[in-house]
Design a protein around this ligand. Structure first.
Ligand code: BG6
Length: 483
């Protein structure tokens, strides 16, 4: 069980609170992981009351039982479980830029507090400064004060450094929990176990056995009304230095030696620091043109609301990365992500080398291990096997499992572990300042090179621009089909 604490949510009326934080708290309450003395204070600039906020959240939660597109869709809301959370909810009206909001909070708060910044990124710095000024980040005897910051953490190296400096002027590194929601996915966390708990995989996880690694985060959705955010952001900033690099770290890091948060985070930062500067010719930027989503016509990115008619923002990125460590000597890492692609797939494909000396000669097809992260959750391994019959002929077989076939799944929207870890003080799944900066530093040359660079168009509902296929074909490789 988490220690008693108060969770203060800035952005109480926002989408993140409704869609993910409340369902996650519900699931934690169902697992009896919240302390009796737990309470939640929601702060936002709209007028509301405790009862009003409780009613709003109850209605939203109820609506999820009918909404199968939501990550959270229980058959019914359990009154006792939701009652536990609901009666602990308190609403405070407050302007995030006014000192009075924070002075009021200082009077209301004692003991352990987690401040959750479920607000637009432009408020991160100002809120943390106000928390500091009001004395809310001073940790007393045995009482913690922590701050959770959501992505996006800066929009380039300079702004990320400035934000880190603002935070660290008000508190210690250990008080800041920078979330990357991909790390809340069970399948991402399980990569560490697969790699380092299996004697079969660990020795093979290096250049001698692996020829290439492919990391894909493909989506079918478009920008979904987020044009105003997406236009100055684009797919590179939105997905690469954060989500895709987290997957890259999990797959490429050296053994952390222990599961201690600092050991794991040190190992991850070392991978990011070892990414060789990406030459522009090893990167492809694309933008979706009109096309289809599952047979239905959908507009071009340029015709989406709040998007410029001549926008050069990329909605697709493909990259070839080189990691300068002995383990990965000469192994290309291909990364791709995009919106409005054929299918929703997040996965890592590890392509093994052919056996060095095989009596089957060059007939063997290289083995591929696919770590399926989302929406399928499991693993599959494509191997060569003998076809039945009098002749010795090879065929392809697949050994596969889904986690759900072996483990009883605990309902999760991906924020349960993150919230719980923050309350218990386990920082393993959170980004340290140096990790954030190392990731931005790795993409910074590309951000510069891509100012005003043209985009390659791809039809909505396709596998992305032709140029992305060419990028890997240069090395004699091909992307796996998106399915
Ligand atoms: C978010 C991005 O951080 O991650 C979105 O801002 C993207 O553009 C989303 O759609 C993808 O996350 P998931 O968990 O749906 O794969």
């Amino acid at each position: 069980q988490a220690p008693p604490c108060t969770l203060v949510i800035f952005g109480a009326s926002g989408d993140l609170t409704k869609r993910l934080l409340m369902p996650a708290l519900y699931n934690l309450a169902a697992g009896k992981l919240l302390a009796e003395d737990f309470r939640i204070i929601g702060v936002d600039h709209n007028e509301n009351t405790d009862d009003g906020w409780r009613r709003d959240l109850t209605e939203t939660l109820q609506s999820f039982t009918q909404d199968h597109t939501s990550e959270f869709h229980p058959d019914r809301i359990d009154d006792a479980v939701w009652g536990f959370v609901r009666e602990r909810l308190h609403f405070r009206h407050g302007d995030f830029s006014q000192a009075a909001t924070f002075e009021g909070l200082a009077d209301a708060l004692t003991g352990n507090v987690v401040f959750y910044l479920a607000v637009s990124a432009r408020f991160f710095g100002p809120i943390v400064e106000q928390l500091g000024k009001a004395g809310l980040l001073k940790q007393g005897e045995g009482a913690f004060r922590r701050v959770v910051v959501e992505k996006p953490f800066g929009n380039d190296l300079a702004s990320a450094k400035a934000l880190n400096a603002t935070l660290l002027a008000q508190g210690d590194e250990g008080q800041f929990f920078r979330i990357d929601h991909f790390l809340g996915k069970e399948t991402v966390q399980s990569i560490l176990a697969l790699r380092f708990a299996n004697g079969l995989l660990e020795p093979a996880w290096r250049a001698g056995s692996i020829a290439a690694v492919e990391i894909t985060a493909a989506e079918t959705i478009g920008v979904e009304g987020r044009g105003a955010f997406y236009e100055p952001t684009g797919a590179l900033r939105d997905m690469v230095p954060n989500h895709l690099f987290q997957l890259l770290c999990m797959v490429a890091m050296e053994s952390p030696g222990s599961l201690d948060a600092e050991a794991v985070r040190d190992a991850k930062v070392r991978v990011l620091a070892a990414i060789r500067p990406i030459p522009p010719e090893d990167a492809v930027r694309g933008q979706y043109a009109a096309g289809t989503e599952f047979g239905k016509a959908v507009p071009a990115y340029r015709d989406e609301p709040n998007v410029a008619a001549d926008s050069k923002t990329e909605t697709y990125v493909a990259l070839k990365l080189t990691i300068d460590t002995p383990r990965w000597d000469g192994v290309p890492f291909y990364l791709r992500t995009g919106k409005r692609l054929t299918d929703r797939v997040t996965e890592i494909a590890v392509h093994f080398r052919r056996p060095a000396a095989s009596p089957f000669g060059a007939d063997t097809t290289p083995d591929t291990l696919r770590l399926r992260i989302d929406p399928e959750q499991g693993l599959s391994l494509d191997l060569n096997a003998k076809r039945p019959g009098p002749e010795m002929r090879l065929g392809r077989v697949v050994a596969a499992f889904e986690y759900g076939d072996f483990f009883h799944e605990t309902p999760s929207v991906g924020y349960e572990t993150l919230l719980y870890d923050c309350m218990t003080g386990d920082a393993t799944l959170f980004q340290r300042a140096d990790g954030i900066e190392a990731a931005w530093a790795a993409v910074e040359p590309l951000l510069q090179a891509w100012r005003d660079a043209p985009v390659a168009f791809y039809a909505a509902g396709s596998d992305g621009p032709e140029a992305a296929a060419d990028l890997v074909a240069r090395d004699g490789n091909a992307w796996l089909p998106l399915d």
